[in-house]
Design a protein around this ligand. Structure first.
Ligand SMILES: *Cc1c(COP(=O)(O)O)cnc(C)c1O
Length: 414
């Protein structure tokens, strides 16, 4: 006999609170104290941002990276360093944070959305290649929720058409693709340390410069700092092109140093929990856990799984409500709809009162351009994962989904 669903008055699966913990401790306090004692909070005079980057570079095995004020800033800096300018087209994923496209538009370039794969939710290389035009200059790949994109296929396309590749790693710390860390495979890797990411400095970000060339580093560094050339003997203020001020402060760098020490544990724990969830849901009729890209290791920033509503009674929202009643918090989808369905793209008005830069190109943002992305967001359920959860929290998440699925499955499918 099936136990009654909690939403219908039955017993809840999850009756104890989820595990919690403190993400900041004495190590962060000590670093902050030292930062203040320097008498400067400017990254170029102090040591904290430099030390933070040095530590990050060692973890990632890269020679150069640049600190920024946010992940959005990191992506803008990479685009600027890559030479993206007015009228260029940049292909990216429609399932992402707004921060992925902001820098494209600030360079007066035009975002083009390629479709995703239905099971990894990451860019589909075939759709990506079909989006390439004469104007295409770069690809911003998004390793969604820690799952790496199919980088062999994407790099092959980039090489064929001579495109720059920027990896948006805001959700993918310490993720691997065929043994290589995401963020080190394309030309630039962009990270976020906003308060919701694996590690937090309040706000902040990093850009890796993967060519390892000093000149590329210098260009990238300058683009995050008003195009000042700080590595010449005298600071050069001969500004040839516009660049924003996206500097990270010593306070953020200080917290970042201590946070990096926690990163390996955070990502390993999340990988264990995400893998448990995938295993616990596999083979369950009507439920599709995410597929980790071949050769990939994910650090699961969140857990998004799909429902086959043709096999289930009730809607995705009904399923979510039943799961919530069992004591498992979850929501439908990740973002409500693909990025291109936002009013900004529908009206092609990034800057009030003008259609520039959209009017430089003929890109479409009509509903239906990325059917898989639209389906994924309609038919999926997102649950948070935390490194502070316990193994029993994860077991109860699985038990709750299995219980709800058993009630929702239509006759003949179970
Ligand atoms: C968080 C995030 C960003 C933006 O980072 P911020 O630090 O919030 O500016 C960009 N891309 C993705 C995929 C993100 O998750």
């Amino acid at each position: 006999m099936l136990e009654n669903l909690a939403i219908n008055g039955g017993p809840q699966i999850k009756t104890t609170p989820f595990g919690t913990g403190n993400r900041f401790g004495d190590a962060e306090l000590q670093e902050l104290k030292e930062a203040l004692e320097q008498g400067t909070l400017f990254y170029h005079y102090g040591h904290k941002v430099k030390q933070f980057l040095q530590k990050f570079n060692e973890m990632y095995g890269v020679k150069y990276s640049v600190a920024t004020s946010s992940g959005t800033a990191a992506i803008h800096v990479a685009l600027g360093a890559a030479g993206i300018t007015a009228g260029d087209e940049v292909i990216t994923s429609p399932i992402t944070d707004q921060g992925t496209v902001i820098g494209i538009l600030y360079q007066n370039a035009i975002p083009v959305f390629a479709d995703v794969l239905p099971d990894t939710y990451n860019l589909d290389p075939i759709s990506l290649e079909a989006c390439i035009t004469e104007r295409t200059k770069a690809i911003v790949v998004v390793h969604l929720a820690g799952n790496p994109c199919d980088m062999d296929a994407i790099m092959a396309i980039a090489n064929k058409y001579n495109l720059k590749v920027i990896e948006d790693c805001a959700q993918s710390y310490l993720c691997y693709y065929k043994g290589r860390l995401t963020g080190t495979i394309g030309d630039y890797g962009c990270f976020s340390t906003n308060d919701f990411k694996h590690i937090s400095t309040g706000d902040g970000g990093m850009v890796t410069v993967n060519s390892g060339q000093e000149e590329d580093y210098s260009i990238t560094h300058a683009f995050a700092d008003k195009n000042y050339q700080r590595f010449d003997h005298a600071v050069s203020r001969d500004i040839h092109h516009i660049a924003p001020n996206y500097r990270m402060t010593e306070l953020q760098g200080a917290v970042g140093i201590a946070q990096l020490d926690r990163l390996d544990w955070i990502c390993t724990t999340r990988n264990t929990y995400g893998t448990m969830l995938i295993d616990g849901l596999s083979g369950l009729a009507g439920i599709y856990p995410p597929r980790i890209t071949e050769g990939g290791v994910s650090s699961f920033w969140f857990f998004l799984f799909r429902l086959d509503t043709a096999m289930l009674k009730g809607s995705v929202d009904d399923f979510v409500a039943a799961l919530n009643a069992e004591g498992i918090s979850c929501v439908r989808g990740y973002i409500p709809q693909p990025v291109y369905l936002q009013p900004l793209f529908q009206t092609k008005e990034a800057y009030p009162g003008t259609n520039y830069p959209f009017n430089l190109s003929e890109v479409s943002y009509e509903e239906g351009i990325c059917p898989q992305a639209e389906n994924v967001l309609q038919s999926s359920v997102r649950m948070g994962i935390s490194e502070f959860y316990t193994v029993s929290d994860i077991e109860e998440m699985i038990a709750a989904i299995r219980k709800v699925a058993a009630h929702f499955i239509k006759e003949g499918f179970n």
